[in-house]
Design a binder for this molecule. Sequence first.
Ligand code: MSP
Length: 639
Amino acid sequence: MSTFYLTTPIYYVNARPHLGHACTTIMADAMCRYRRLAGDRVYLLTGTDEHGERIAQVAAAAGKSPQAYADEISAVFRETWRRLGITNDDFIRTTEPRHRKVVQEVLQRLHDAGEIYFGEYGGWYCYGCERFYTEKEIVDGKCPDHQTALTFVKEKNYFFKMSKYQAWLIKHLEDNPGFIQPERYRNEVLGFLREPLQDLSISRPRSRLEWGIPLPFDDQYVTYVWFDALLNYYSAVADPENPKTQGLWEHVEHVIGKDILKPHGVYWPTMLKAAGIPLYRRLHVHGYWSLGGSKMSKSIGNVVEAFQLTDKYGHDAFRYFLLREMNFGLDANFSEEAFVDRLNADLANDLGNLASRATTLIAAGGAVSQVAAPIEPGDREIYVTATETKSLVAHAMGEFAFQKALAELWSFIGAVNRYVDTNAPWALAKDPAKRRRLERVLCTLADSLGFLGIMLDPFLPDAARKIREALGQSAPPALEAAVVGRLTSVPRVTKISGLFPRVDTKAPAATLAPPGRGPGEGASREGAGGDGGKIAITDFQKVELRVAEVLAAERVPKSKKLLKLSIRVGEETRTLVAGVAEHYEPGDLVGRKVVIVANLQPATLMGVESNGMVLAAEHGGTLSLITLDRDLPTGAKVK
Ligand code: MSP
């Protein structure tokens, strides 16, 4: 059994939890759940960072003491993680005595060892980041992170001799390529280290800031917030009397967002080295979420409260979206449309439909204690796919590549959905001579659902539990048991319905409406008067239909359904997003003349602004674009 100790950053209590915080915490949680499934000893730490200038400032602005303010917001974080189903083993606060004690011990040790000296420094300081910026890092005279003006600060302080460790750290990074991952962030840190490394100011004068841990060797100073905060990872497990945390430190790994790479990639390892504490094993760095292209941060103001969306669409769906949509290490863009798109396509359609039709079929077929029918190649293919999926997921999780792990699981779900279509158990059920074959098919389906009930647990904990419960499994899930092909019976199951209800998008459709809510149908409902659902000609005339020519077409990244079209309408060229990617290749459309709704309000779909809607007819899953039977110029009116 291996030991895995994972930490999230500790979050500042100057703002309430938002999507960015939730993303890191959910990633850490999914990883820990996966490692628990694998049978490892796992410990997950999160918490709040409560000292420093910015906390003191917001507390003062709210007319509260910093401690009262920190108590309040820290409790909100704790409660948020509870509601999101985060399985943290501890929640540390930097105002706790256990933390303060360790910080002071480490400071004293470094001071005694001559690693800390008193000196004066002047430099450009960002109050938001609570750090100095070097000339090279400053962008247009502003903080690169907050885009706010920097202040020149000159004062006497205590300094940690960080510069002394520059050569050592470079060598450590070169000798240990996995120390910081993905590799681009290791390279970024090596990039910082190409410039001379400064010593680190680790104190703030009390005359300016009271809210911090006093230096044990000079009570006129408090500890710099980063020096204090980083030590939380260690102070949480440093109590030799606590059996729960013994032997954890040597296994520590951190997950952070890219904004705090420098403190974690440079300050922290040099601090540990100087203090004689073993280094962390790996640092995992993820990218940033932006909203409509602009970075999300509390100071910029476009914050999403995590709960607004979790409450609206459910915790599992929210967790799934964050894990599936972000390539670990790269930035991602958040939009409610993209969220709903994934929810409908991956969760409601692929997984939800599979769970519901498989359990319905198995329940109708009834339990069988011993399945005697021979195994056919199609059955074996599912067994093999499951084994391959399991090892691909293991590999992806080894790299924190949640998106890849989920893509693999979804390709297994696709394979099982196709297995159902090919074997048509509903048809087998009608023919008594095919009863044995039916039993084999149902056994494979139950087995596949059992596999998903385990494998999905880290990513969709509630749904995975429902699947296991439907199969009558009450034991805690274990990776060991995720094998398809061993089951020799058909269990009694309870039907699953509405695992992920489809979200009907009420917003004005800028693309083809989903089946059943086609443009004609939508218009007639909305415009219906008292005349048996009929509309007046003036209602119809509000819709401006025009001929347009497709100039270029490409897939919208990360969307199965959407194509981005560049179209000409008369003199004008526009971008339009059409939900036709499952029916037409981009190349099929270029040069075609189609009919569009030209006067729709713009809407953003998966980050692309759409200006209009292409018309198509749909029947039984087949889609056909409305085209012209005689050539007419673009812009021509359709009436
Ligand atoms: N208190 C420090 C961390 C100290 S750790 C010893 C801090 N706190 S924070 O509240 O600002 O949280 C920063 C972290 O929140 C980021 O590293 C990242 O994990 C997460 N995110 C905040 N905004 C984010 C996005 N827009 N996108 C993704 N994650 C983001 O820094």
